[in-house]
Ligand binder design. Structure first.
Ligand code: SAM
Length: 286
């Protein structure tokens, strides 16, 4: 049995005196120092051509991430993904791996018996904590939970950024109870989204950084299924973002509702779902 080891280390900031930076909840002079130190570290990394580690990248991304996800394409994708989780979460013990700012977790927490989020980035977790969510700072390849702690483990837009995916799959299987579910999302190489990303190049995630700075894997469905641990059985698969060639179409008044209706249907369609940019595997632990 493994014991919980890491608790989120964010509580000290609540004891800081005002005036505080509203974003980082620290005095403005420290916040400015933190920003300029972070920016010069990021610039050094970029200059060296080295990929950025996930923690640095997502700490940098956190503010834009939270700001950009409340409408249009991103809000729609989050809704679609949340709706895949909710039927399995009611009155269950649930873990979100890579919960980010907690946008999906807060909806799941409303129906679950217990909902826990974990993530590598303190910058992302600050927002989740402000939402009143139970969160832990940790790595998806080394989950700080006992064996068989959860009925449902899910993860969206995270595993595509984990190099040692076999270790992470084994960890998620370990913390799931026998008979429990895992709903895990990957980036699908066989998709319009993959093609669009290849053509358009990396998008910006902050003033200093773009998506090219983080490790990203694009798997084919058959490769993923072949590498699942033997105690995980494939129950269902879904395709998210099958038809959308460009996210900005979700901001056009007459097009957005039609496209979103079509995407919702395509996510479950027997043929189309295989070509979702986001491939979601629903698994059962045996
Ligand atoms: C694109 S965000 C998705 C956040 C959330 N799942 C959502 O759908 O809004 C990716 C998240 O994965 C986290 N992440 C990346 N690599 C991780 C790792 N190895 N362990 C834990 N979290 C990780 C990042 O910090 C970030 O919060």
């Amino acid at each position: 049995m493994r014991q919980a080891r890491h608790k989120l280390v964010l509580s000290k900031r609540h004891r800081l005196r005002k005036p505080l930076c509203s974003t980082h909840q620290m005095p403005h002079h420290s916040c400015q120092q933190r920003n300029s130190t972070a920016h010069s570290a990021i610039q050094t990394l970029k200059d060296s051509g080295m990929p950025m580690d996930n923690e640095t990248y997502y700490d940098e991304f956190a503010e834009w991430y939270e700001k950009e996800r409340h409408d249009g394409y991103h809000a729609f994708i989050d809704r679609l993904e949340t709706n895949l989780i909710l039927p399995h979460a009611a009155e269950k013990d649930v873990l979100e791996v890579g919960c980010g700012t907690g946008l999906i977790l807060q909806r799941v927490a409303a129906v679950a018996r217990r909902a826990v989020g974990m993530d590598l980035s303190a910058g992302m977790l600050e927002h989740a904590e402000k939402r009143g969510l139970e969160v832990v700072k940790a790595d998806a390849t080394d989950l700080p939970f006992d064996d068989e702690s959860f009925d449902l483990v899910y993860s969206f837009k995270v595993l595509a950024h984990v190099k040692d995916i076999d270790k992470s799959l084994a960890e998620m299987a370990r913390v799931t109870r026998p008979g429990g579910r895992l709903i895990l999302e990957f980036y699908n190489r066989l998709s319009l989204r993959y093609l669009a990303k290849r053509l358009a190049g990396p998008g910006k995630i902050s003033q200093n950084t773009d998506e090219g700075a983080v490790f990203t894997r694009w798997d084919s469905p058959s490769d993923l299924i072949a590498r699942l641990p033997s105690n995980l059985k494939l129950v269902e698969r879904y395709g998210v973002r099958v038809l959308t060639p460009a996210a900005k179409l979700h901001r056009i008044p007459l097009i957005a509702p039609v496209l979103q209706h079509a995407e919702t249907k395509a996510a479950h369609n027997g043929v189309l779902k295989h070509f979702g940019g986001f491939l979601v595997l629903e698994l059962q632990k045996t």
